[in-house]
Design a binder for this molecule. Structure first.
Ligand code: PBG
Ligand code: ZN
Length: 369
């Protein structure tokens, strides 16, 4: 017969365990009351009381603001699928970044739209390219701002993939692999080279997002060789092949020209694999680990948080932003409340920092409340 593992004495619940129970013994000392002694509503009585017992707090310095930058002057071109977001030229980018800084946002991440795309994405490692120019302008205007450079090839390549493509014309052509395959190891060379160009321009953090195997190790080595041992790497470690990147690809003008990214980004069905990706990136020298997207992957964040020793970032991506904006524009949800709730959920699940297009709006709301 199965005996109950608790007894109720004087309306209190006591747990008891047999000596060979696998449950740790210290639990046998815990008593927990039940209704009517226990009434969780007591602690929700007033706003002050609720503030006192609140477990998670958002602050503007939690946010990293993604910004899109292109060549030109006086440009502030709205991105149709991301209402409230723009492609900036460097002059208007500085105004936007200053505004974020004044509201308490301490970091931005930059995405470039090059003047010219080719098979190798060469504008990405051109010291006169859009990103190096934007980085140095930002560091001049706002020396304290953490300027993160997203390091990937897809915005700069004519084929829109995150690496070198296997074609008979390519110097790296590998007959054993199919044509059109994204070549891993040859790509690493370009990532290392680009990281150094961005660091020289003044980037505070390098954030590789291409999901190439060994990318963190290659970038760490290239940075160290060039004297940038002090520049951290924020790795997009668990980046899923998500349909939520659609609006970003409009914004950055970077959709893949053929196929998709499922040969390098993760399968949305996998969580254990995220632990492996993270372990590898930590072993390669990552300083900050990222999960992307955020809201649909809170389980992954929570699992990583359990034994994380590195800071954890989560990217609330373009599709997450667009869905909230669209429902709000229809009057179906309250935009500010859903915005703050979404960010709170991401932080509660385990994110130490959140990349979000809501950075300015959320910082403003937090400042007002
Ligand atoms: C580039 C990159 C992407 C995003 C960030 N860096 C797009 C992609 O992988 O296709 C997505 C960000 C967003 O959707 O907000 N590798
Ligand atoms: Zn990419």
């Amino acid at each position: 017969m199965q005996l109950p593992n608790f007894i109720i004495v004087n309306k209190r619940l006591f747990f008891k365990f047999s000596p060979n129970s696998s449950v740790p013994r210290r639990h046998s000392m815990i008593s927990s009351s039940t209704f009517p002694i226990a009434r969780p509503r007591r602690l929700r009585f007033s706003s002050a009381m609720r503030q006192m017992v609140r477990e998670t707090h958002l602050q503007p310095s939690d946010f990293i603001y993604p910004l899109f930058v292109r060549h030109g002057q006086g440009i502030r071109r709205p991105i149709p699928s991301m209402p409230g977001q723009f492609q900036f030229s460097i002059d208007t980018l500085l105004v936007e970044a200053q505004q974020a800084w004044d509201l308490g946002v301490r970091a931005v991440i930059l995405f470039g739209i090059p003047a010219h795309k080719d098979a190798l994405g060469s504008e990405n490692y051109d010291p006169q390219g859009i990103i190096p120019q934007a980085i140095s302008a930002l560091k001049r205007a706002l020396p304290e701002m953490v300027v993160i450079s997203d390091l990937c090839m897809c915005e700069y390549t004519d084929h829109g993939h995150c690496g070198i493509i296997n074609t008979p014309e390519a110097a790296e052509f590998t007959p054993l692999l199919p044509e059109g395959y994204v070549l891993n190891d040859p790509t690493l060379h370009y990532l290392g080279k680009t990281a150094v160009v961005h660091a020289r321009a003044g980037a505070s953090i390098i954030a590789p997002s291409g999901m190439m195997d060994g990318m963190v190790e290659a970038i760490r080595a290239a940075l160290d060789d060039a004297g940038f041992g002090h520049i951290p790497i924020m790795s997009y470690a668990a980046k899923y092949a998500s349909a939520l990147y659609g609006p970003f690809r409009d914004a950055a003008e970077s959709p893949p020209g053929f196929g998709d990214r499922s040969q390098y980004q993760m399968d949305p069905a996998n969580a254990r694999e995220a632990l492996r990706e993270v372990q590898l990136d930590i072993a390669e020298g990552a300083d900050i680990i990222m999960v992307k997207p955020a809201s649909f992957y809170l389980d992954v964040l929570a699992r990583l948080k359990m034994d994380a020793t590195l800071p954890l970032a989560a990217y609330q991506v373009s599709g997450e932003y667009a869905m909230i904006k669209a429902a709000a524009a229809n009057g179906w949800i309250d935009e500010s409340r859903v915005m703050l709730e979404s960010l709170l959920a991401i932080k509660r699940a385990g994110a130490d920092m959140i990349l979000t297009y809501f950075a300015i709006d959320a910082a403003r709301m937090l400042g007002d409340s």
